[in-house]
Design a protein around this ligand. Structure first.
Ligand code: NAD
Length: 499
């Protein structure tokens, strides 16, 4: 019988009350590895109640002691890095080195959160009036919920929970139902690190769990990463229910190649950024904008042989550069986009459809695809494909390239490759995206900066992790105090002034 996963609530693994289960695949083999419970609102109730009980004591624990748990978690993540990467590759499909890298990027957020005593330091103004001082500090929100996408099973829960928990909140995580095992393993490591029961919980499932978070009066905030329709809908419903929400959505990231760019560097960067993790990254480059009359031809001549030579296979095998997609349905959806691109008039220069990998014939593979002559009205340009499909758009000059990027509904990341400081400066200042790269294809901010997009790529006012993460998971309180008190000079009915 296929093994069934559980939830992690109040410090232990427990069965869900559901009778509904979903299949979890090994994408490289195309076989069902385990089943995930589609938990119910009763399971959410149990988890939120445990988190609510744990909150009073955890939020009153000195920040220095909370940080010590994070230091231990960091050491455990280091110790278990290879095991976590292997789990990630088997359930998601991405190649092992990439899986290891993504866990490491999550660990860097844990390192950042270890500095929480410093990060929570407040402001103090002495003598704002005679004998009156004023000070501000930040307090945790309460029970916070996290909702993850399938493409970063370790990194995205680690963008959220370490900062939330370091700030003194308690947390309930719902990972993607396609990659549920990692969050459960992280929960075990949190507890091995000494986190008290109830502070970090995992409830597996789908929309039903998220809806229960939205409806639960004790959930103070929701941090979500997913596709734009999900992010927008959860943002609207949860803010309407009075919760604080950050909801990161989909993307269509452009890389602009100027005629003076180092072409070899640009081509190598594009290969990794478009085809790494099979294009299933929210910061993947899916559009290359070639500026000037000859740039596109030079670019395509260099790109095509490399795409055709991409080594596609199981992520566990040496030398493989690109693994499978997450599900058969998603692979077929990506293939449909290729069909649509052809119907819309784009020129398909490399066709990765129909790829079969020896020994993994049922795996969810598709090879790298490359379209030239893509124009802005085409659906392959407008929509997020989330697969290894790169669209090349030709642009006459930098101004038109910037206008093109700015007219797109998404605004996650964007990059320019150029030798000109002036072009780079113009691009950085005028481009309407949240994260910009200059000769860097995937400008993901480090843990001590904050991650987030603009427009349809983020709903809410706060980016993830870094200083913005601390702001999201806390609220400010400002105290005005007079010591000694007493010595009243009578009631005053006017605003106090410094006269
Ligand atoms: P998804 O929107 O299908 O699911 C995301 C999460 O939301 C899952 O946990 C899912 O169970 C839940 N969910 C799905 N539909 C819901 C609904 N109607 N109401 C409430 N919850 C719902 O996304 P996915 O396919 O798992 O992930 C891929 C998407 O995530 C891509 O669009 C990608 O660009 C995006 N993403 C964005 C970022 C970012 O930082 N902006 C990072 C990673 C992934």
């Amino acid at each position: 019988m296929t093994p069934r996963l559980q939830n992690f609530i109040d410090g232990k693994l427990v069965d869900s009350t559901t009778s509904r289960f979903g299949d979890v695949y090994e994408p490289a083999l195309g076989t069902v590895a385990r089943q995930v419970p589609m938990s119910t609102s009763a399971d959410v109730e149990t988890a939120v109640a445990a988190a609510r009980r744990a909150f009073d004591s955890w939020s009153a624990t000195p920040a220095l002691r909370r940080a010590r748990v994070l230091f231990r978690l960091k050491a455990l993540l280091d110790e278990h890095l290879d095991e976590l990467a292997a789990l990630l590759t088997s359930e998601h499909g991405k190649v092992l080195d990439d899986a290891r890298g993504s866990v490491t990027r999550g660990m860097e957020v844990v390192e950042f959160a270890c500095g929480i005593p410093q990060l929570l330091k407040g402001e103090y103004s002495e003598q704002v009036g005679r004998g009156v001082d004023c000070w501000s500090f930040r307090q945790p929100l309460g029970v916070c919920a996290g909702v993850g996408p399938f493409n970063f099973p370790a990194m995205i829960p680690l963008w959220m929970a370490p900062v939330a928990i370091a700030c003194g909140n308690t947390f309930v995580m719902k990972p993607s139902e396609r990659v549920p095992s990692m969050a459960l393993r992280l929960a075990e490591l949190w507890h091995e690190a000494g986190l008290p029961a109830g502070v970090f919980n995992v409830v597996n499932g789908d929309k039903e769990v998220v809806d229960a978070f939205i409806e639960h009066p004790d959930v103070a905030a929701i941090s979500l990463v997913g596709s734009t329709p999900t992010a927008e809908s959860v943002y609207q419903r949860a803010t309407h229910a009075g919760k604080r929400v950050q909801a990161l959505g989909g993307a269509k990231n452009h890389l602009v190649i100027m005629p003076d760019a180092d072409l070899e560097h640009a081509v190598d960067s594009l290969m990794g950024a478009a085809y790494g993790s099979a294009g299933e990254r929210c910061m993947a480059i899916s559009v290359a904008v070639a500026v000037g009359p000859e740039t596109a031809d030079r670019l395509l001549a260099a790109l095509m042989p490399k795409i055709k030579a991409l080594r596609v296979g199981a992520g566990t095998e040496d030398g493989v550069e690109m693994g499978p997609l997450i599900t058969r349905a998603h692979r077929d959806r990506v293939a449909k986009y290729v069909e649509r691109g052809l119907a819309e008039g784009a020129k398909l220069l490399v066709d990765g459809r129909g790829l079969s990998v020896a020994g993994h014939e049922n795996g969810f593979f598709i090879g790298g695809c490359l379209f030239d002559q893509v124009t802005p009205e085409m659906s392959i340009y407008q929509e997020e494909i989330f697969g290894p499909v790169l669209c090349v758009v030709r642009s006459p000059d930098l101004d038109s390239a910037i206008e093109l990027v700015n007219a797109h509904r998404y605004g996650n990341g964007g990059a320019i490759f150029t030798a000109s400081g002036e072009a780079a400066d113009q691009f950085c200042k005028r481009i309407q995206v949240g994260m910009v790269g200059v000769n860097v294809p995937i400008p993901v901010p480090m843990a001590f900066h904050s991650f987030g997009g603009w427009k349809g790529s983020l709903f809410g006012d706060h980016f993830m992790h870094g200083p913005e993460g601390v702001r999201f998971f806390t609220r400010m309180k400002t105290v005005t105090s007079r010591w000694p008190h007493g010595a009243s000079s009578g009631a005053s009915f006017i605003m106090p002034t410094m006269k």
